[in-house]
Design a protein around this ligand. Structure first.
Ligand SMILES: Cc1cc2nc3c(=O)[nH]c(=O)nc-3n(C[C@H](O)[C@H](O)[C@H](O)COP(=O)(O)OP(=O)(O)OC[C@H]3O[C@@H](n4cnc5c(N)ncnc54)[C@H](O)[C@@H]3O)c2cc1C
Length: 432
């Protein structure tokens, strides 16, 4: 079948790869000059299946109130006169209910664990390089109450089949000695040895190259204006050509993987998905030999920041801002990340050399992505991966390729437009 993937972020490129491996003739359309140049460009780098807990959880509403009015708040709502934003925010609050959070964790974890396995297999099969490190992810806490909550949460994750070990402050330092400067503040942590890190942009571009060698055709620098349908099917994709004229291309099936922009192209077709841009920031600090930067990927839970060593760079990323499609770099928020990063790692390079970046996470209120069929017979979606798009990309791509090929995907996940399965035993171990 001729399949057209719209969008060459980490999600679209992974889907293109698995579709080609399944035997389809694949074309990818992307407005940028290469793959991975928008949200997949400079993210936190974590493959963090053990961080399946979404931002919408029972502890968040109190924190939002605590952070109100702070320009450098880890989670900041800049409310506009945009009913879509308000609807998204209300749904986000509804997802904070304990039973909703539990169900969302189950969904995300099932896909994230599957995805991590797919990534490992892909690495084994292709020897792809992207500054990957397989040293686990350590989450450290500086607040006793947060650590206590994390300890309870780690128990829940274990019930779902995901190891997350509770560590003392001393054990945290043994896992990542570069934390020594913050030793006095750290009260403990949780650690998952199977999680990983790596550069999502390098991965996406390397995978695009491998896919191209397998025959996938990439049309870069082409902006998709709209999708045209007839009698319940997509018949063509309209692209803007250099002179502003419409140019049409078509295929047998279409996959929307346009990140935060997916709802904008689906809406005119009468398809509404609850994806809204959740802006995040990262800083990237070049490192010199002798700099004391971590090599284990870290999560600084109190500040909602993650740290990943990417070769000779330290990436620090996080925070979220609900501010529409605005991608302006806010200096106050960037400096807050620099301050915190150098408080923890005062000898990790030079703060004045930090490069700032911002990206729009394609976020659903629950952080559960939307993968599967739509009401149009030959239109599929693979989007809404929010804070975990890099973590879930390979699994989503593989599952999507199965769905397009008419097969039931492996993970026990609520795929769009597929009959839900009786809940299988994702819980590998009995509670307690
Ligand atoms: C600060 C930050 C830190 C993060 N850290 C992590 C992390 O540590 N681990 C993790 O798993 N995830 C992380 N994420 C989330 C992850 O980066 C995203 O979920 C992921 O990149 C989304 O990928 P995507 O392919 O869906 O979107 P994108 O990468 O945005 O790809 C969509 C593509 O569609 C193209 N496009 C859009 N509209 C059009 C159009 N009209 N015509 C043609 N092309 C179009 C865009 O150019 C783009 O290339 C982080 C995100 C941010 C912002």
């Amino acid at each position: 079948m001729r399949v057209m993937v719209l969008g060459a972020g980490v999600v679209g490129t992974s889907a293109a790869w698995y579709l080609a491996r399944t035997g389809h003739e694949v074309t990818v359309v992307e407005r940028q000059g290469a793959a991975g140049l928008e949200t997949s460009f400079a993210n936190g780098g974590q493959i963090s299946a053990s961080h399946a807990e979404p931002w919408a959880n029972p502890g968040t509403p109190a924190k939002i109130i605590e952070w109100l009015g702070r320009e450098d708040a880890p989670l900041l709502f800049r409310l506009r006169t945009d009913w879509r934003q308000w609807t998204w925010c209300l749904r986000f609050l509804a997802e904070c209910l304990p039973f909703r959070t539990r169900d969302n964790i189950r969904q995300i974890l099932a896909l994230a664990l599957y995805s991590r396995t797919q990534l490992r297999e892909l690495r084994r099969d292709t020897a792809i390089e992207y500054d990957q490190l397989t040293r686990g992810i350590l989450t450290f806490y500086t607040d006793e109450e947060e650590l206590e909550r994390a300890t309870t949460h780690a128990g829940l994750m274990r019930q779902y089949g995901c190891e997350r070990d509770v560590k003392t402050a001393g054990e945290c330092l043994a896992i990542e000695p570069a934390l020594a400067h913050a030793a006095a503040d750290i009260v403990g942590g949780t650690y998952n040895a199977s999680d990983e890190s790596g550069d999502a942009r390098k991965f996406t571009q390397a995978l695009a190259e491998l896919a191209a060698r397998q025959g996938v055709r990439f049309h870069y620098g082409r902006t998709i204006k709209r999708l045209e349908s007839h009698r319940g099917r997509i018949i063509s994709v309209v692209l803007a050509d250099a002179d502003g004229r419409d140019d049409r291309i078509s295929a047998d099936a279409y996959v929307v993987a346009l990140g935060s922009y997916s709802p904008l192209l689906l809406r005119p077709l009468g398809i509404s998905i609850p994806v809204y841009p959740l802006k995040g920031y990262s800083i990237t600090v070049p490192l010199e030999p002798g700099d004391e930067a971590p090599t284990v990927s870290l999560t600084d839970d109190g500040y909602k920041l993650v740290y990943s060593r990417l070769g000779d760079r330290l990436r620090v990323a996080g925070t979220a801002e609900v501010d529409g499609y605005n991608t302006d770099v806010n200096d106050v928020r960037c400096q807050a990340i620099v301050r915190r990063a150098f408080e923890i790692f005062p000898r990790a390079g030079r703060p004045e050399r930090a490069e700032f970046w911002t990206g729009l996470r394609p976020a659903t209120p629950s952080n559960v992505p939307i993968i599967g069929r739509t009401k149009l017979a030959n239109l599929f979606v693979n989007t809404g991966h929010g804070t975990l798009g890099w973590t879930m990309a390979c699994g989503s791509g593989r599952a999507l390729a199965d769905i397009v090929s008419g097969r039931q995907p492996e993970p026990d996940f609520r795929f769009a437009g597929l009959p839900s399965r009786p809940r299988s035993v994702l819980i590998a171990k009995p509670a307690g």
